[in-house]
Design a protein around this ligand. Sequence first.
Ligand SMILES: *Cc1c(COP(=O)(O)O)cnc(C)c1O
Length: 411
Amino acid sequence: MLQTSQDPLFPGRVIVDLGAIAENLEVLRSFAPGVAQMAVVKADAYGHGLLPVAMAALQAGATWLGVAQLAEARALREGLDAAGIDRSAAPILAWVAPSGADWAGALEAGIDLSVSWTWVLAEICAAARVTGIRARIHVKIDTGMSRAGSTRADLPALVAAVRMAEEDGLIEVVGAWSHLSRGDDLSEDGRASTAAQVEVFEQGLRSFADAGIKPRIRHLSATSGILWHPEAHYDMVRAGIGMYGLSPDPLTARGAALGLRPAMTLRAPLTSVKVVEDGAPASYGGTWRAPGRRWLGLVPLGYADGILRAGSNGAPVLVEGRKAITTRVVGRICMDQFIVDLGAAEGEPGAPSARSGRAPARVGDTATLFGDPDRGAPSADEWAQAAGTINYEIVTRLGERVPRVHLSAAE
Ligand SMILES: *Cc1c(COP(=O)(O)O)cnc(C)c1O
């Protein structure tokens, strides 16, 4: 662990409300009642902190954990083991399968593995022979994303290989699964695409059944499927972005309208509050000029912390000074800092800041980049819009050096 990532002197903070995580999982369960729930905690739990989020999710009723990378799965297992959580109570699925991975280590850590191709199966079976541990696999079908998953043409060979490995006692087929590519698209075209993807999934399931392969858990839906495609819920759903309190597509439905509450708040104390003269350029390139004498605040977070530079000149910030001011980033976001406009300053041109009327905020006052809009904070959705991206990227890109503070459900 990098010391800087835990540096208590780093000024910014990511506050993660684990109570919101628990509530959001409950909300998502109301959309998919009676179906097992996998909490997706890849990418350091979308930037929220792998282990605390995983533990909170398990406590809140999720019965599975999902990650992309094997390294994340191993770190997660280590943390859960250390916390005394029984492996059978916390199955972990890892779905990125690089050739030559430490499959034996994965089996020893009790990690479920995704199989899309016969060569992956061969590598996993070799590890099963070496370790004497039967591999738990989830066979993945490519239903229309062309990412991982077996294409229809490759499926017969994969089915035959799975069948043989199962007969040899090397694997147990725990799941059959896929991932929707347009679950958040409720246009006629989007719905037709999802229907076609469900049909391809069904065909794949029939191929397994015909070969006598009986996956216990069929799973297809991420958050968008949970919310908008009940026909795709099957035996388990995989909750990612919704668990963190964000909508998979705010244009289709805003998080608050779905009953979701953002778990993450990003904030930092102002490190400067000063007056600049009319026309003063702000930050590199002088892309913003003060429209009159202005109070400017300085926030000690930048693109090295994952504050997307594309949010320059526009992303919203709440400053809680003498009163709450919802303002914007002005000028370009720098590596470690950015500037916010705090409003018009009184006083004569050239007068020191101290003689320019009452400062709207002081050094040390809190600037909130995003958090729960119900509490007056801008939303990750607004940051996404300002930076030309999606809320997923806003939260997952947050730098490791910004300390995470986890509020337990009771706080
Ligand atoms: C990331 C991911 C999820 C979770 O998606 P959300 O849209 O965040 O709910 C589920 N399944 C797979 C395969 C993923 O990669």
